[in-house]
Design a protein around this ligand. Structure first.
Ligand SMILES: C[S@@+](CC[C@H](N)C(=O)[O-])C[C@H]1O[C@@H](n2cnc3c(N)ncnc32)[C@H](O)[C@@H]1O
Length: 345
């Protein structure tokens, strides 16, 4: 335990070192440690890992041992030699072939999010995202900066979709969506949430609506074999006519934008929405006083460094939805990272 001073200093040290923890995870993913160990017939010695990854023996051993402390790898001693293997966490979430792999999201955070967070103080001072400083990318048009190269767009799309293999079921089951046969997922990106939706609701059809370059990349790089109940439509949800639907999903869309643009989008949805229809907002909800949960507060700062928006409380979503013509608003926390808000016309 130690004295209160010791505890305070320990907490300070933990906070200061937090970024090093992220970097251990990022570096191990970048180097391919988890993929190598997932494909190997058994645990490997650090010298073998170094040889296969063409990395230094010294650095590799240190990295592997740090991964053991972080419970990403386990170590056994066989015939006097330490051998390393993936823990369940790493083989499920970090290896490329893991059943719920989040590897692309980790790589996106390592390459893009981390660079933007290097300018957090600037973002707080200026109140805007940091693509110009981090990447020399002007951000007057937000998604022009986010999709500043084809490789960057593909990593964003691959990264973003991965969370739905973990959280998609719970956010879509938070409310019974079976009364809504025609669903439009606005800003639906690669169509990953749409796939979860048709799996959960056997009678529904989902139109994924997104900007042309995203729809084209989804059709080129993401498989929709056997998904007859999912279709794509290209358009700008701030300008172009929206597909008619019973339910509009806005998953991690409103948090990209300031209140004015959110209101504009919700008014357009109200205009297109069928009678008795609604909007399902999927976001990470802040507590009523805005002072927690910490993960959501960090996501909200992430919206500051990477978008024009923020995370919001349930009351703040209500205040956007009701004036746009969706007065009946229900909020459900899922206990996971993302929550659900259903608003009826
Ligand atoms: C943060 S991503 C969320 C993607 C997806 N809903 C998810 O949760 O994984 C925001 C999405 O909105 C799309 N988007 C941004 N501006 C748009 C616009 N003006 N019209 C249509 N889609 C847009 C982006 O291409 C992107 O797919």
């Amino acid at each position: 335990m130690g004295s209160p001073e010791d505890q305070a200093y320990r907490l300070l040290t933990e906070h200061c070192n937090g970024f090093m923890v992220s970097q251990v995870l990022f570096a191990a993913c970048e180097l391919g440690v988890f993929d190598l160990l997932a494909e190997a017939p058994g645990p490997l010695a650090s010298a073998e890992v170094a040889a296969r990854l063409a990395s230094s023996p010294r650095g590799t051993e240190q990295l592997l041992d740090a991964c053991v402390s972080l419970k990403l790898l386990h170590v056994d001693v066989r015939r006097g030699e330490a051998v390393y293997g993936n823990t369940e966490l790493a083989s499920t979430y970090l290896a490329r072939t893991g059943p719920r792999s989040q590897q692309n999201m980790v790589l996106y955070m390592a390459r893009t999010t981390y660079a933007c967070w290097g300018h957090l103080a600037g973002a707080v001072r200026e109140g805007r995202n940091q693509y110009l400083k981090a990447f020399g990318a002007p951000a007057e048009q937000l998604f022009t900066a986010i999709y500043r190269s084809e490789a960057e767009q593909l990593l964003f799309m691959r990264g973003l979709q991965e969370v739905w293999s973990v959280c998609g079921g719970s956010v879509l089951a938070a409310f019974d969506l079976s009364p809504f046969p025609l669903i439009c997922d606005l800003g639906g990106c690669s169509g990953a949430l749409a796939k979860e939706c048709v799996a959960l609701y056997p009678a529904c059809h989902v139109t994924v609506f997104d900007i042309p370059e995203v729809v084209q990349m989804a059709e080129k790089h993401f498989s929709f074999a056997g998904e007859e109940r999912i279709s794509f439509r290209e358009g700008d949800f701030f300008k172009d006519p929206l597909p008619h639907a019973d339910l509009y999903i806005l998953a991690r869309v409103l948090h990209d934008w300031g209140d004015e643009k959110c209101s504009q989008l919700l008014a357009r949805i109200h205009h297109a929405c069928k009678a008795g229809g609604g909007v399902l907002v999927i976001e990470s909800l802040l507590d009523a006083d805005g002072r927690g949960p910490l993960t959501t507060q960090l996501y909200s700062l992430n919206m500051l460094v990477q978008t024009e928006g923020r995370e919001r409380t349930a009351a703040q979503y209500r205040a956007l939805l009701a004036p746009a013509g969706f007065p009946r608003v229900q909020c459900r926390r899922t206990g996971g990272t993302y929550d659900a808000v259903l608003a009826r016309k």
